[in-house]
Design a binder for this molecule. Structure first.
Ligand code: NAD
Length: 485
């Protein structure tokens, strides 16, 4: 059997290799955070070294047919895939909700739609692309992009569908064949996406999916010297392993890693808007790399800000993500919920003040939206990514102190600044060390802008042409202009 019926949707349970579904001798189970102790949702093929070898071979074989297609034809395939995603949006959202607990309506309206947009964006970009040309020193110079070869795409369990499309679209648009290895905690939406590629018109082997455990099949994929690009989203710990494998084979590697975003509120900000947005950092149970998890607030507005923050946090509804009135869904996995609680327990012991929340919710995988006032900026909860519904609260006395606190962790993915002053926005924005700084807003992005982190938040940049350049070998062609003698 290659499919399992889940929530009324038939989901493939194998690997897609060279255009065919294949299994593995063993499987792993995927469970739903909505009913953890119930039956598993599915048994999924557990890829091994042989699956990795077969998938890379298929990607090597599929590379020529895909990379040699003219850009307009590749773009047409990507647009067909975008259309198919929209047609199956309800199924994809339902499956993602069951598999990792995402709010179903938000998934359908926001993240599945964004998945389709990602493929259309890259279809447009390759069609519009023109080689850079210039004449100098009696030479006609042209910079060309050459597809690099098979690319391994490794993705995490949070927002799995959207993040997968964000990474797969530029790899494919650039002309590379791909091998996608989704996270073992949320393998199902990737299986649906792979199934859609069969109808989109990719040549066999251009798009491959391998399921399994990171340390097993993931490690085997990134170690294969035939792979010419590795693009990874996940934790810094895994990035170190993958980076070593990439170094062994001299393979370019991008890593989108964790965050510990500062959420800086100045006294001149629209306080209610800022406090409302601060409470919404609990969205998705805090399993968001971009979340502003360190609330840094001007000491002169401490009390009024906290009053507004609690007002908004009190109204968040914890519940079933299939119910449209739910704001906060359960966490994706009990191990992760326990890991989050471990941070809170250690903070309690260290003397940090738990201002609200701080406990798992009985009978579900929910965790109470939690605010902690740390004893020091060195506290573990300030310095380490928790990746759950846990925020810290600190105050500052001046703009330079706010900037110093904002820049005081090893991370540098994103930041939020809330201020009524354009001059302050420019000044503080320029001083914050992060790949992305939002002022008076959150999450909106221009997808052609660079996206990535500083420090241990990552290596390289995604987005627009930045990702297409990464997935290409850039070549300079220099032709002597003999007309000048
Ligand atoms: P993870 O690093 O545990 O796993 C990510 C992926 O790597 C999974 O598919 C896993 O199977 C695979 N993997 C694990 N070990 C491997 C190995 N040795 N070789 C090859 N592959 C291996 O991360 P996670 O827990 O799934 O995701 C959460 C992390 O991802 C958080 O730190 C979060 O901040 C980060 N994240 C970052 C972004 C971003 O854009 N910067 C977006 C989402 C999540």
């Amino acid at each position: 059997m290659t499919h399992t019926e889940i929530g009324g949707v038939a989901v493939p349970t194998g690997h897609l290799i060279g255009g065919s579904w294949v299994g593995s001798p063993t499987t792993f189970e995927t469970r739903s955070p909505l009913d953890w102790n119930g039956s598993p949702l599915a048994e999924i093929a557990r890829g091994d070294a042989a699956s990795a070898e077969a998938a890379v071979s298929a990607a090597v074989d599929g590379f020529a047919a895909w990379s040699e297609l003219p850009a307009a034809e590749r773009a047409a395939v990507l647009r067909r895939l975008a259309d198919l995603i929209e047609t199956r949006a309800g199924d994809i959202a339902r499956i993602e909700t069951l598999d990792m607990g995402f709010l179903e309506e938000s998934m359908k309206q926001r993240l599945v739609a964004r998945g389709a947009t990602n493929f259309r964006l890259y279809a447009d970009l390759i069609e519009r692309h023109e080689d850079r040309r210039w004449d100098a020193k009696q030479m006609h110079n042209t910079v060309q992009r050459m597809p690099a070869g098979p690319a391994v795409v490794i993705t995490p369990w949070n927002a799995p569908f959207m993040l997968s499309t964000w990474k797969l679209a530029p790899a494919l648009a650039a002309g590379n064949s791909v091998i996608h290895k989704p996270a073992e905690w949320s393998p199902l939406s990737a299986a649906l996406l792979a199934e859609l590629t069969l109808d989109a018109g990719f040549p066999a082997g251009a798009y491959n999916l391998v399921q399994g455990i990171g340390e097993e099949v993931g490690a085997a994929l990134v170690a294969d010297p035939r792979v010419r690009r590795i693009t990874f989203t996940g934790s810094p710990a895994t990035a170190r392993h993958i980076g070593r494998a990439a170094a062994d084979n001299i393979v370019p590697f991008t890593a989108e890693l964790g965050g510990k975003g500062p959420f800086v509120v100045f006294a001149d900000a629209d306080l209610d808007a800022a406090a409302h947005r601060a409470a919404w950092q609990f969205d998705d149970s805090g399993q968001v790399c971009l979340a502003g998890t360190r609330l840094l607030v001007d000491e002169s507005i401490r009390d009024v800000f906290l009053e507004r923050f609690h007002h908004h946090a009190d109204r968040l509804v914890l519940g079933d993500p299939r119910d449209p009135t739910t704001d906060i869904a359960p966490m994706a996995h009990p191990d992760h919920r326990d890991r989050v609680h471990g941070f809170v327990e250690r903070a309690r012991v260290a003397g940090d003040v738990i201002v609200r929340g701080g406990r798992p919710v009985d009978g579900s995988l929910h965790y109470e939206p939690t605010l902690i006032e740390p004893v020091s900026n060195d506290s573990e909860v300030v310095q380490h990514e928790i990746f759950g519904p846990v925020l810290t609260f600190q105050t500052f006395a001046s703009e330079p102190e706010a900037i110093e606190l904002a820049n005081s962790t090893a991370y540098g993915l994103s930041a939020q600044v809330w201020t009524g002053s354009r001059e302050r926005a420019e000044r503080v924005g320029a001083e914050i060390r992060a790949g992305l700084v939002w002022v008076n807003t959150f999450l909106v992005r221009d997808l052609t802008a660079p996206f990535g982190g500083c420090g241990i938040s990552g290596i390289g940049r995604e987005g627009g042409d930045y990702a297409l350049d990464f997935h290409s070998d850039l070549k300079t062609l220099m032709i002597l202009d003999d007309s000048t003698g």
